[in-house]
Design a protein around this ligand. Structure first.
Ligand code: PMP
Length: 406
């Protein structure tokens, strides 16, 4: 990371020059949504100023430009993830992607007596769709638990993978604990047993080089807004044979070849799953985001974030009565914590007045909160555009505000 001028990188993000409550903003909520570089903002702006038209429905020049821009973003994203672009369904984000798997793949297949295995650290987006499927099919849900470090207990997980299990849902990286799960190994174990695997990659794609083709999963979901792209963008990667076998989730324009009242012929994947007008400008922005991350280099990004994580962990560990949740050996730059005697929301509110943006709450992970016996935690999440000075300012602000609550 020595080769990178991180101050110049930070200057690519206009929002980070803001003040809040009269203080310089210290944005430590990138696990919630990431900030956007100038190039992404400019790409969205340029699309609306110069190329705006709908995709695939017009022969005029702008229609062709819009279609090329949209499909170009698919190609860039596919390359970034190392998958085939015709296996990449563009959608509004991870939530949509996981629901697509639930409704189109799981709902027609699962039966009473079947089981779905999930983990204790899943985001609600990788729990609730499966509960809806389980309610409608009579399948049951089993939960893989964690060890003391907040890592998956792999032996316990594999013990759960019995013949009635048809599907395994695992997050690649926990949005609360930062735990990075060994998904390649987990998917291999699932595949050996004939179990389809669904990986929630929301918190992985922004932080590490991904090679989805080598993971051995069946489905992989990402969300664009956490990886420097616009909100309302994301994708589901699925094996071609799954996409071919899955019925459409939503019906409408774009997803058909021919519509007759006595029967409709669907378009080929991935278009079969992309009914209606997509978030064209958003995907143009996501294409620019992928370019930005690739130019910077995911290895540099990972090293930078690991350095910030190590620094913040060390500084926070010096504070009395501060409890950090999760100490995985492989951990992304997310720190969930509580301070004895202080409510998470009170800390976050006082930190906001100091200019420090962290998240407090359950982080859409109620079962994980239940595991720890807490209602909420504070979460500071770091991105490559944060600085070591910000880490120190955050810890100083925390030291100051906790005194107000003592
Ligand atoms: N899974 C995980 C692990 C997440 O962190 C998030 C976003 N908080 C989601 C799923 C949902 O992503 P989105 O809201 O963009 O669909």
């Amino acid at each position: 990371t020595e080769a990178i001028d991180w101050a110049r990188v930070r200057a690519d993000f206009p929002l980070l020059t803001r003040q809040v409550h009269g203080k310089p903003l210290i944005y430590l909520d990138s696990a919630n949504t990431g900030q956007k570089p100038e190039s992404v903002i400019a790409a969205v702006d340029d699309f609306y100023r110069r190329h705006n038209a709908n995709v695939s429905r017009a022969v005029h020049a702008l229609g062709a430009e819009a279609t090329d821009a949209f499909e170009g973003a698919r190609t860039k994203l596919a390359r970034f993830l190392n998958v085939r672009s015709d296996e990449l369904v563009l959608c509004s984000g991870t939530t949509f992607a996981l629901n697509l798997v639930a409704y189109s793949w799981a709902l027609p297949r699962l039966q009473p007596g079947d089981a779905i295995v999930l983990t204790r650290m899943e985001h609600h987006a990788n729990i609730v769709p499966w509960q809806l499927v389980a309610q409608r099919t009579g399948a049951t849900i089993k939960v893989a638990e964690l060890n003391d470090r907040g890592e998956l207990d792999l032996d316990a997980l594999y013990t759960l993978l019995t013949p009635e299990v048809k599907l395994l849902g695992v997050t690649h990286v926990s949005n609360v604990l930062g735990t990075v799960n060994p998904v390649r190994e987990i998917c291999r174990e699932a595949r050996r047993r004939g179990i389809a695997s669904v990986i929630d990659g929301s918190q992985a794609a922004p932080h590490r080089a991904l090679d989805i083709a080598s993971l051995g999963c069946d489905f992989y979901a990402i969300t664009g807004h956490k990886m420097a792209g616009p909100t309302g963008t994301g994708a589901l990667w699925a094996r071609r044979e799954h996409l071919a076998a899955m019925p459409p989730f939503l019906g409408g324009g774009e997803m058909i070849k021919e519509v007759r009242f006595d029967g409709t012929v669907y378009n080929d994947a991935p278009h079969k799953f992309e009914a209606g007008t997509p978030n064209i400008a958003g995907f143009v922005g996501l294409g620019a985001a992928v370019d930005y991350l690739s130019d910077l280099g995911m290895a540099h990004i990972e090293a930078r974030e690991q350095a910030l994580l190590a620094h913040a962990t060390e500084e926070l560990s010096k504070l009395d009565g501060l409890r950090i949740f999760g100490s995985a050996r492989d951990k992304a730059a997310v720190i969930s914590f509580l301070v004895a005697g202080a409510h998470a929301h009170d800390l976050a509110t006082l930190l906001d007045l100091e200019g420090v943006a962290i998240r407090s709450g359950h982080h859409c992970a109620h079962p994980l909160m239940q595991h720890f016996g807490v209602a909420a935690t504070c979460r500071a999440s770091f991105a490559f555009y944060n600085t070591h000075d910000e880490v120190e300012a955050f810890v100083a602000a925390l030291t100051k505000v906790r005194k107000l609550l003592a």
